[in-house]
Write a protein that binds this ligand. Structure first.
Ligand SMILES: Cc1cc2nc3c(=O)[nH]c(=O)nc-3n(C[C@H](O)[C@H](O)[C@H](O)COP(=O)(O)OP(=O)(O)OC[C@H]3O[C@@H](n4cnc5c(N)ncnc54)[C@H](O)[C@@H]3O)c2cc1C
Length: 424
């Protein structure tokens, strides 16, 4: 690939796009405004589908794996689930994002941290970004600069997200009260939930909602939840950030610029899960660039439709699920408690066994994580799947027919094995 590409933002979306594009031979500059490793407000919970989409070295930053889940809310007693298929890997974002960025650098991307992309101007032959070090000219730009994407704003892209949730979080020392092997979700917050995610030496405790966007109200909900767990919020520093969800209403691409991750509001409207969706959008963004390079597209605008087709249906289903549960959490959690079928659907969503994450139907995802797979109807992947990414720490190969359980990986450490359930 002869193109020069600037990727703005070294979160999961930007680091993934940079890794994929550099791996294909593009000249990639990954600009990150802050010095790395940089903290990022986030629960740091990686669902199985997110775990499948990242290089193995990023999984080495996992501090704890949790497959016990406690759901609270409504009038019923807490529902305890033990679901290895939905195991959440807990990471600290500073280390996790650094590992993703290192993978991009190993694939050949030039990483420039502590350098903010300020001005941006697009013309017929390229894009000019301004940073404190001067001007940077590129053929194309991937804007993965997070929720408040300055690039999108300056170019008139993006616009309002379908939902905008506020989330407050705090890191607290691991106490003896809440169990360290259980993640707790409490749906006592209107239009959202509170969480307790145990990590290495601390727990991340937070509350997010798209309805309670007054920080004082959300803070009171967080307070109640923490007290109920026997935790003291004054042991940590509370901070808040927005999670844009359900895609943005305006264009997600111009001729030479695509929005990925939070910049495109790719997070899910039920759990506010953002990492897996940000990575998928980065895969779609880099595929749009590959299409352009190959002469199968004349510019990057088809990405808008591609991303909406890829993520839109799943995000809308999750939003519907959130709306259906809202009027009565007692009923919603009661249904989950009584119906194995409903639980299965929820676990499928978390595990990534449904579109857009079901591996077989999506060559680009399978290719990203180097998983051998059978495209539907025996068709070949187009573009062909490289299978081995240059930055992969280990060559991961899996062989099995549809519906069977796969163990992938070459190492003996649990971080080097990935369980993948192929779509039936
Ligand atoms: C409190 C909270 C808890 C969450 N918990 C979870 C969770 O447990 N699991 C989950 O999957 N998701 C969670 N999310 C959502 C998740 O954090 C985001 O969806 C995800 O980080 C999006 O990734 P991204 O790469 O698009 O953006 P980001 O991770 O925000 O990365 C954007 C990067 O761009 C950089 N940047 C910004 N402007 C510029 C510029 N002009 N020039 C250069 N660089 C720039 C930023 O410094 C940043 O590093 C949570 C979010 C919040 C707020």
């Amino acid at each position: 690939m002869t193109l020069s590409i600037v990727v703005v933002g070294a979160g999961p979306a930007g680091a993934t796009a940079a890794r994929r594009l550099a791996g294909r031979g593009a000249r990639v500059t990954l600009l990150e405004a802050r010095r790395l490793p940089r903290p990022k407000l986030c629960g740091g919970g990686l669902t199985p589908k997110a775990q499948r989409l990242v290089p193995l070295r990023a999984l080495e930053t996992v501090e704890r794996r949790v497959h016990r889940l406690e759901l609270r809310g409504g009038l019923l007693p807490a529902l305890r689930l033990d679901e290895p298929q939905a195991e959440i890997a807990m990471v600290e974002r500073a280390r996790f994002d650094l590992a993703l960025t290192e993978a991009a650098a190993n694939a050949g991307a030039e990483v420039r941290d502590g350098e903010r992309g300020d001005g941006v101007a697009e013309d017929a032959s390229g894009v000019t970004l301004t940073t404190r070090r001067g001007r940077l000219r590129a053929d194309l730009v991937v804007a993965a600069d997070g929720d408040s994407s300055g690039i999108a704003r300056r170019l008139g892209l993006g616009g309002p997200a379908a939902r905008h949730a506020l989330a407050l979080e705090v890191d607290l020392p691991l106490g003896t009260a809440p169990p360290v092997d259980t993640a707790i979700l409490s749906f006592g917050v209107r239009g959202g939930y509170a969480w307790y995610f145990p990590k290495g030496d601390h727990a991340n405790v937070g509350a997010g909602s798209y309805r309670e966007t007054d920080p004082r109200v959300l803070r009171a909900a967080l307070d109640r939840f923490a007290r109920g767990l026997g935790l003291d919020l004054t042991d940590g520093r509370i901070a808040g950030h927005w999670i844009p969800q359900g895609l943005r209403a305006g264009p997600l691409a111009s001729s030479r610029v695509v929005l990925a991750g939070d910049a495109a509001a790719t997070a899910d409207p039920l759990f506010g899960e953002g990492i897996a969706y940000a990575i998928i959008s980065a895969v779609a963004a880099s595929d749009a660039i590959v299409e352009l390079e190959a002469g199968r597209a004349t510019d990057l605008r088809p990405y808008d439709r591609r991303l909406r087709t890829l993520l839109g249906p799943a995000l809308r289903r999750l939003e519907l699920a959130a709306r259906a549960a809202e009027p009565s959490m007692t009923l919603a959690l009661g249904t989950i408690r009584l119906s194995r079928g409903v639980r299965e659907v929820a676990i499928d969503v978390i595990a990534g066994r449904r579109p857009p994450f079901a591996v077989d139907a999506h060559c680009e995802l399978a290719c990203t994580c180097g998983i051998d797979h059978d495209p539907p109807d025996g068709a070949a992947c187009a573009p062909p799947c490289p299978h081995q990414l240059p930055n992969a720490d280990a060559v991961v190969t899996c062989h099995a027919g549809p519906g069977s359980q796969l163990a992938c990986g070459s190492g003996s450490s649990p971080f080097q094995r990935r369980e993948v359930q192929l779509a039936a």
